[in-house]
Design a protein around this ligand. Structure first.
Ligand SMILES: C[S@@+](CC[C@H](N)C(=O)[O-])C[C@H]1O[C@@H](n2cnc3c(N)ncnc32)[C@H](O)[C@@H]1O
Length: 385
């Protein structure tokens, strides 16, 4: 299996390099209107925004910044296939303009526009983005009624273009089955509140690039891509930043395409993509290890195991997970100034393939090299014997 990945430096509002109806999933996070760190980026694209900020007209600046983003949402609608999803990570903003402190509700402004465009809104995710700033509580301290709740969450708006995606051909059905996730992952990922996402290092070392990347945690696009697309799909991020969505697409066996306005991001983007094999395989091992741990606990607690995965031989909870396979990355190769090809292993990872009998793992698959009698198994595996 191979996937391709390409990014363009340019303005996502005017990007005509991506054909209409060619994308299966959009995962993105725009610059947030009314968050000070993005003022310059917005003002640089529309002088009216600069004027509104100068006049301290918060509501006008908020609307103009969102109108700029609307042009990118138009593009997202155009490039998505019918049945494709758009997942938009966005936070609201609090700000004092003209001596007036208020909340600027970016998530509802974007959602309203998407509704007008014809997208179908689906239940959204709220994720906890904890701030450790000592001054995080705003307003009148311990005295009522002039203190404000701290914003420590962001939204992932989930929208679909058109009706449900259909998987009609045998090949499509097989791709879908191989792209399944574990039952226990479903239980965690399809919750509407994510409390477990860790922040990500945002400091940029490169010269001539702004101080913070504003990158979201790798786990955020990784999960969304697993949840809303299948192997071989095309994933698009119109606000690519440091390329976290592209890295997650590589890790999940999807193709990807991205646009980023900041030309100085080119070099850091190229270096980051070159870490794909290591980053991805580590997350993949961690998923498989967690599954083995989960199964061990389940067996210990006396719950029945009914299904076996055909590739790995380990138990799974539902029949839908029988053909699930998570491909390790074998190599990444730069194919152009801003493009890459990733090659994947077609074999399941040896260290996770075992024969199970009844509720017990008894040994390695016969097709694999036999380990010496006294070989030491991992603690979790030992526990099952
Ligand atoms: C919140 S950051 C995205 C971070 C990204 N998710 C990551 O993990 O690195 C938003 C990015 O959008 C870029 N941007 C702003 N306006 C844009 C436009 N019109 N077209 C393309 N990119 C734009 C900014 O330069 C910034 O890097």
């Amino acid at each position: 299996m191979k996937t391709t990945h390409q990014f363009f430096i340019g303005d996502a509002r005017k990007n005509n390099k991506i054909p209409s109806e060619s994308v299966d999933l959009v995962v993105t996070s725009p610059p947030y209107p009314m968050i000070q760190m993005w003022d310059e980026v917005f003002a640089g694209q529309a002088p009216k925004i600069q004027q509104a900020l100068k006049k301290q007209d918060g509501l006008l600046a908020f609307e103009l910044m969102n109108q700029l983003l609307d042009r990118v949402w138009d593009e997202v609608y155009r490039v998505l296939k019918s049945g494709g999803f758009a997942c938009i990570n966005i936070g609201d903003a609090v700000r004092t303009m003209n001596d007036h402190f208020m909340l600027y509700t970016n998530h509802s402004r974007i959602l309203n526009y998407m509704l007008k465009k014809g997208f179908t809104p689906l239940p959204a995710v709220i994720w906890r983005k904890q701030t450790n700033a000592p001054n995080k509580f705003m307003g009148s301290g311990m005295l009522p009624a002039g203190a404000y709740v701290t914003l420590e969450h962001e939204y992932i708006l989930i929208l679909r273009k058109g009706g449900k995606r259909l998987f009609q051909t045998e090949e499509d059905k097989l791709h879908r089955q191989k792209s399944a996730f574990f039952w226990e992952e479903r239980n965690q990922w399809f919750s509407d509140v994510w409390m477990d996402l860790k922040g990500t290092v945002q400091k940029l070392n490169e010269k001539d690039v702004r101080k913070r990347s504003a990158a979201f945690p790798f786990e955020l696009p990784y999960r969304l891509i697993c949840m809303y697309s299948t192997h071989g799909d095309m994933v698009f991020d119109p606000f690519l930043g440091m390329g976290t969505t592209m890295l997650a697409a590589m890790a999940t066996g999807r193709n990807s395409i991205g646009v980023e306005l900041e030309k100085n991001f080119c070099d850091p983007l190229l270096s980051r993509m070159k870490t794909a094999v290591e980053v991805s395989n580590s997350r993949i091992s961690n998923r498989l290890e967690s599954h083995i741990d989960f199964i061990a606990q389940r067996i210990k607690s006396g719950k029945p195991i009914k299904h076996i995965n055909t590739h790995y031989g380990f138990p799974v909870i539902t029949a839908q997970e029988q053909n699930l396979m998570i491909h390790n990355l074998s190599s990444i190769c730069q194919t152009g100034d801003c493009s890459f090809e990733v090659t994947y292993s077609d074999q399941p990872q040896d260290e996770f393939c075992h024969i199970w009998q009844g509720d017990k793992m008894i040994n390695d698959k016969p097709s694999q090299k036999k380990k010496p009698e006294n070989s030491i198994r991992k603690p979790v595996q030992l526990e099952l014997l």
